[in-house]
Ligand binder design. Structure first.
Ligand code: UFG
Length: 339
């Protein structure tokens, strides 16, 4: 079976994708620098799949190490590139760190892929490239808006770099997957999200509040022009998201792609408000959540959810898991981590 490199494979989405790749029979090599993850995640992956993936602790900013890796693994057929920094607020304070971590690493990996006889490349992009879209649900043809943060900019620039490279490298085929809001954990409760410090994202903040690590959730604004006044997002179960990567990779390896560079939205197509997410949590956990409404968070868009037609029809993928299932798995994971 084909050998696949997963960069950032010990992170939240990366680890779930490694599980799905191994379930489909791929041979996986993980590169991770452990800056925002732990080697213990390997135990979780092994416990679920019965296979311990190869792991190399490499910092992709070290160009020579990247070159040497591909000399050792010249039989790699595909790369799923998760390795990146992802905190929006931090990126505003440390833009150069984000450009170096997210852009230089991408360039070094693509340079090596250009040398291979053929290579499939899957890129972690984000619905952040659309900003506040004028029309909902958001299709892949919606205009890319000026980025709100250096983090968002690295996703836009990353897509451009890949598109430009595909134009001149006939051996390279790529897909950018634009994620909406990934949440949840594997049903085995052996892998999940491990945020370091105070979580910035809604769902880990909810579960940490319920477990007693945080006093209360602050809901950022209830005066938006939405049915209940809180912001709307498209929350997608991380296992559904992981499966989309395996399908996208197979599409490229089997030559089913329509062009050498494609983009797909990965979402459920259903928008949920912050209060609906809180209600879902309370329902599946049986716990009352302590929360208060505070002012709006700077930079938040009002509403974003995916048009899933292209992913459903062209990619042949759709989500199977509900918001409740995602919230239940997130809660079970939190209890296990803190238990
Ligand atoms: N929210 C709260 N309280 C919190 C945290 C979040 O009310 O403590 C609200 C936010 O205001 C927003 C919603 O919950 O309305 C979701 O917020 P997240 O921070 O979980 O997610 P975002 O949609 O803001 O951001 C996510 C990713 C970013 C990415 C962005 C767009 O975290 O990396 O989607 O792709 F840039």
């Amino acid at each position: 079976m084909d050998k696949v490199l997963v960069t950032g494979g010990l992170g939240f989405i990366g680890s779930h994708t490694v599980v799905e790749l191994q379930n489909e029979g791929y041979e996986v090599v993980i590169i991770d620098d452990l800056s925002n993850s732990s080697a213990e995640v390997l135990e979780g992956i092994e416990a679920i799949t019965g296979i311990r993936p190869l792991f190399e602790q490499i910092d992709l900013k070290e160009k020579l190490d990247v070159e040497n890796f591909f000399v050792r693994h010249s039989d790699i057929k595909g790369v799923i590139h998760f390795a990146a920094s992802k905190a929006v607020g931090e990126s505003v304070k440390e833009p150069l760190l984000y450009y170096e971590n997210n852009i230089s690493t991408l360039v070094y990996v693509l340079k090596e892929l250009k040398k291979l006889p053929s290579a499939a490349f899957i890129f972690s992009s984000s619905c952040t490239v659309y900003g506040q879209a004028d029309e909902l649900p958001i299709t892949e043809n919606a205009p890319v808006k000026a980025a709100e943060s250096p983090y968002g900019n690295t996703k836009q620039i990353g897509e451009e770099i890949i598109k430009d490279t595909c134009k001149i490298a006939p051996n390279l085929k790529a897909i950018a997957l634009r994620y909406f809001n990934p949440i949840g954990a594997h049903k085995s409760v052996k892998i999940g999200e491990l945020p370091i410090g105070v979580p910035q994202n809604l769902v880990p903040f909810i579960t940490q509040t319920a477990i007693g690590l945080r006093d209360e959730l602050s809901i950022f604004g209830d005066d938006y022009p939405t049915p209940d006044g809180t912001c709307i997002r498209d929350y997608i179960h991380v296992v559904d998201l992981a499966k989309a990567h395996v399908i996208a990779l197979g599409r490229l390896l089997q030559g089913k792609n329509k062009s050498n560079y494609e983009t797909f939205n990965l979402g459920t197509g259903k928008g949920s408000s912050v209060l609906e997410v809180v209600k879902s949590f309370e329902k599946v956990s049986g716990k009352k959540l302590n929360y208060k409404i505070v002012g709006r968070r700077e930079g938040d868009i009002i509403s974003a959810y995916a048009d899933t037609n292209k992913a459903n029809d062209d990619l042949g993928w759709k989500t199977e898991l509900s918001l409740d299932e995602a919230m239940r798995s997130a809660w079970e994971w939190e209890q296990k981590v803190r238990g």
